[in-house]
Ligand binder design. Sequence first.
Ligand code: SF4
Length: 215
Amino acid sequence: MVNAAINAAGQRTEDLETVYNIVEIFHSVQGEGYRSGIPHVFVRFGKCNLRCEWCDTNFDEYEQQTVATILEQIAQYPCKNIIFTGGEPMLNDLWPLARPLKQRGYHLSVESNGTVAIPDGLLDWICISPKDQMYPQVSVKQRSGHELKCVYVGQPLTLYDELKHGFEHLFLQPCYDESESVEENGRSFALTEEVVKEHPEWRLSLQTHKWMGIL
Ligand code: SF4
């Protein structure tokens, strides 16, 4: 077996040269789910294997960036929490990016649609947001994690009867549509609120960043 080349800082040079499709990297506050309110650096990857009708990400427009470039951008921010999001980040082998970030002491989270299994030990926080209310034929491969977050569009919660046992926290999230009025989004919120009241093992998650008009 050939050993990976290591630079003076103790990093694998082939990791630093690995290229990813990146839509954007920005510093903001997590607006939804269990870690809501915590500042993070968001690394948004290009490409997704699904096409949800409510998707608000232009994951088809991205540029190729090396890990070294990504690390430089992340280092600009006074923040040790990273969220890999997309698109679908798990379409990539994230080890070459995760290794140097772990070396630097970052906490690594992922927001994934769950259609790709996540290797053990890669990430510190796994949030799976399945889309089987839209794509019942697409199986969820990652069936465990810290957080299961489902956009509620009227689907029966029995859809998650088996899946929910693999997760520590369960969230239902109203579908927020920027093209709709405040009243219409309010109706979606009220519907989800009613369902959560009837099924208290689920908690309500709001996309507070959208309601507040921030990234
Ligand atoms: S899985 Fe996520 S990123 Fe992919 S299309 Fe659906 S909402 Fe968009």
